[in-house]
Design a protein around this ligand. Structure first.
Ligand code: C5P
Length: 406
């Protein structure tokens, strides 16, 4: 491995686990690969390995206390939070994982994580029953949904004499995964436009035709594109979701507004990802006043098609790499492949929607198709799935550009 692959400022959090001795090796490896490492230990960690050992290996004072005047004046927790390019917690105990999931700030390491905007990776280490416990799994789910990277654990012999999943990954395995995560930003300088969420098509001033799209997948894709270094414009229908950090968001309500905003943004884009569940029809006319029950027995609404945004983007002179979505209740693959051709897409991500699947849920699976191939991205939380999808998009985007320029 190249000696500068980890050339980053890394805060290494060490928590109370028998595996804490492995952090000594981890620090050495990180430093060999160019990292500047500052160690933060929990009090429990100090029962397993001495701060002096980790101080000697990192070449820097080890921070433990939140309210220690000396430590705070050297590099306080807020300064440390700003300093770090990455925070890596290895080993991460069940207790630390639970405290992170709940946003606790009652010691230095947890306060630091809460105060930092840098990416966070945790390498869990615990007894296999603690690992399998629903509470631990729910806490990890929460962290992953927030974008925390989970490295491992491995399985095998455990210090408690049992066998199973929960062992800390070996230091080199942690290093390999970190090196991958810290790779150069593959979409730096590229513009990615993403449509997300449902559209609402008004019937009268208080009613509309909408759908069950939560926008979660599109927002997760926007976050993944940002993580890859892109300039991201997210054109969002009416959803209650927080804008991922660093992403430019434009709120719209109707298909017509979404069309207008997409067309305005996409002209200079490299990639367009159409994850919005755009209404296919809208009422021909919108009543000026609320329609009264007493006005009529049966209400007839005349619906007309909306503009197909993604197809319009495909007709542009300078066409970006286009990714569509196909949410279907049946014959998912067939419909998706047809759409790939009729809408002139470069790629389509298909998923089954219905009871507990697809819309408004946190987990999802996707079948992704392009003209020469396909790949299944298995069931995962939408944050992870979006990262996997982004990896695939980046691969195909560069493959297409290289064939076009040769
Ligand atoms: O034809 P269908 O609506 O199933 O196609 C879904 C794909 O087309 C999605 O990528 C969706 O965002 C996009 N679409 C669009 N404008 C529409 C309808 C769908 O961009 N009016």
């Amino acid at each position: 491995m190249h000696e500068t692959v980890l050339r980053k400022k890394i805060v290494l959090g060490v928590t109370g686990s028998i595996a804490a001795y492995k952090s000594a090796e981890l620090i050495r490896r990180m430093k060999e690969l160019g990292a500047d490492v500052r160690v933060v230990m929990t009090k429990a960690a100090c029962q397993f390995i001495t701060p002096l050992t980790l101080q000697t290996l990192s070449g820097q004072p080890v921070a433990i206390e939140l309210l220690d005047a000396d430590q705070e004046s050297a590099m306080g927790h807020i300064k440390l939070a700003r300093w770090a390019d990455w925070i890596v917690i290895a080993p991460a105990s069940a207790n630390t994982i639970a405290r992170l999931a709940h946003g606790r700030a009652d010691d230095l390491l947890s306060s630091l994580c809460l105060a930092s905007e840098s990416p966070l990776a945790v390498a869990p280490a615990m007894n296999n029953k603690m690992w399998a416990n629903e509470a631990t799994q729910a806490n990890l789910d929460t962290l992953m949904r927030r974008g925390v990277y989970v490295l491992g654990p491995a399985s095998g012999d455990q210090a408690c004499g049992e066998q199973g999943e929960g062992r800390l990954l070996e230091p080199m395995a942690i290093i390999v995964q970190l090196a991958q995560l810290m790779m150069p930003l593959k979409l730096q300088g590229k513009k990615v436009v993403i449509s997300a969420g449902p559209t609402y098509e008004p019937i009268d001033p208080v009613r509309f035709i909408g759908n069950r799209s939560s926008g979660k997948m599109g927002f997760a894709v926007a976050k993944a594109a940002k993580e890859a270094g892109a300039n991201v414009v997210l054109i969002a229908g009416p959803v209650h979701l927080t804008t991922p950090q660093g992403v430019e968001r434009i709120n719209v309500e109707t298909a017509a507004q979404m069309h207008e905003q997409v067309m305005a943004s996409v002209a200079s884009a490299d990639i367009f990802i159409a994850s919005a569940a755009v209404a296919d029809f809208r009422p021909l006319s919108v009543a000026d006043n609320k329609i009264k029950k007493t006005q009529t027995d049966n209400l007839q609404l005349e619906l007309v098609p909306t503009i197909d945004i993604v197809s319009d983007v495909a007709k542009l002179e300078r066409v970006p790499f286009i990714v569509g979505f196909a949410a279907e209740t049946d014959h998912v693959a067939d419909y998706a492949k047809t759409k790939l051709h009729t809408k002139k897409l470069d790629m389509i991500a298909a998923n089954q929607v219905g009871e507990g699947l697809g819309f408004a849920v946190d987990n999802n699976a996707l079948d992704v198709f392009w003209s020469q191939g396909s790949q299944t991205l298995p069931l995962a939380n939408k944050t992870q799935l979006a990262r996997d999808l982004m990896t695939l998009i980046i691969e195909r985007f560069y493959a297409k550009n290289s064939t076009q320029s040769t």
